[in-house]
Design a protein around this ligand. Structure first.
Ligand code: ADP
Ligand code: MG
Length: 318
């Protein structure tokens, strides 16, 4: 199949229709209209075989994940996704593989109404690069550097599951096979917090997605905001599946350093903390307060009142 037939069959013909796309796949470039009341928010992330996923990962998951990891970055800015482009490097063009890849990709694109505007397809080692475009009301993005002292630190969802799933996917045996399969599912099909990110943006001062692990990503947010923090790791919600497959200690360390979670971590000033309660009441996404920022730059990790040493990224396979 030549390249044009391939792009037509698997990508151009499955488009998400959006009124703001004036020209989509098929020309030298795409054209969209831009609303004057908004700022554009742009992010790019690649996933590469052997670095971000093991060889042999299901193509449907790769299609889903290469978009999910990017939507998570848009969510972490508090923005609404609009469009994306896809650069695909593949050792060979196998129709069955491409079909499953496109199924995963468009499942997520349709869920969040994101139009694929174009891309590039080349022969090479297996890798996917997606660029996403989103929008926020002019001036209303939420970056990493806006936190102030004495503000609550919150996370969405439960961390650790995806990192655990990757370990199981790459060969770690577990007794509870059903829990293990659900953990693998959390790695293969992460749920980017697109709606939550936009809702949180109205009350948060800073936000980051925790794709590199909660511990490392909290430190990035704090460094950007030039703050320290008190954090209580005993507050971290651990999933039943995680606890079914790992000791409480290993589950906690995965929640802190496992990575690939795509949850959001954000800071809220005292006057907006009631807004968090309202968010929790109106959404099915758990939100947990795990600590507080402080003006002294040190970051104190505590566990039930005792200092806690977070291990080095001991669980990282890649
Ligand atoms: P050009 O050589 O002009 O860059 P290409 O042959 O690379 O054109 O691409 C033809 C059209 O197909 C372009 O509109 C491009 O955006 C689109 N396209 C190529 N690869 C992909 C892909 N993986 N996903 C979506 N659109 C793609
Ligand atoms: Mg091209």
């Amino acid at each position: 199949m030549d390249e044009f037939a391939l792009i037509d069959r698997f990508f151009a013909n499955r488009q998400v229709d959006r009124a703001d796309v004036k020209l989509g796949i098929g020309d030298d470039a795409a054209v969209t209209s831009v609303d004057a009341d908004y700022d554009l928010v742009i992010a790019t992330d690649s996933i590469v075989e052997g670095t971000h996923f093991p060889a042999g990962t299901a193509p449907r998951s790769l299609g889903y994940r290469c978009l999910a990891v990017n939507l998570s970055d848009l969510a972490a800015m508090g923005s609404e996704p609009l469009w994306c482009t896809l650069a695909l490097s593949l050792p060979s063009a196998e129709p069955e593989w491409l079909e499953a890849f496109a199924d995963g990709f468009f499942e997520l694109a349709e869920r969040f109404d994101v139009a694929l505007l174009g891309g590039d397809t080349v022969t090479g080692p297996m890798a996917m690069t997606v660029t996403v475009h989103g929008r926020v009301r002019a001036g209303k993005y939420v970056g990493r550097s806006g936190a102030g002292p004495g503000q609550g630190i919150y996370i969405t969802g439960r961390s650790g599951e995806a990192g655990a799933g990757l370990q199981i996917l790459t060969g770690l045996p577990v007794d509870d096979v059903e829990s293990g399969d659900r953990l693998i599912g959390r790695f293969l099909y992460p749920n980017p917090r697109v709606q939550e990110g936009q809702a949180i943006a109205s009350i948060a001062t800073a936000m980051i997605d925790i794709s590199d692990g909660l511990h490392d990503d909290i430190l990035k947010l704090l460094r950007a905001s030039q703050l320290g923090a008190d954090l209580d790791v005993s507050k971290l919600p651990l999933s039943p599946d995680l606890l079914a497959c790992f000791s409480p200690q290993n589950a906690l360390d995965l929640a802190l350093t496992g990575g690939d979670d795509y949850e959001l971590c954000f800071t809220v000033p005292p006057e907006n903390e009631a807004g968090v309660e309202r968010l929790i009441a109106s959404s099915d996404c758990p939100i947990t307060r795990i600590g507080e920022t402080r003006s002294q730059l040190d970051v104190r990790w505590m566990h039930d009142g005792q200092p806690y040493t977070v291990p080095e990224n001991s669980f990282r396979h890649f």
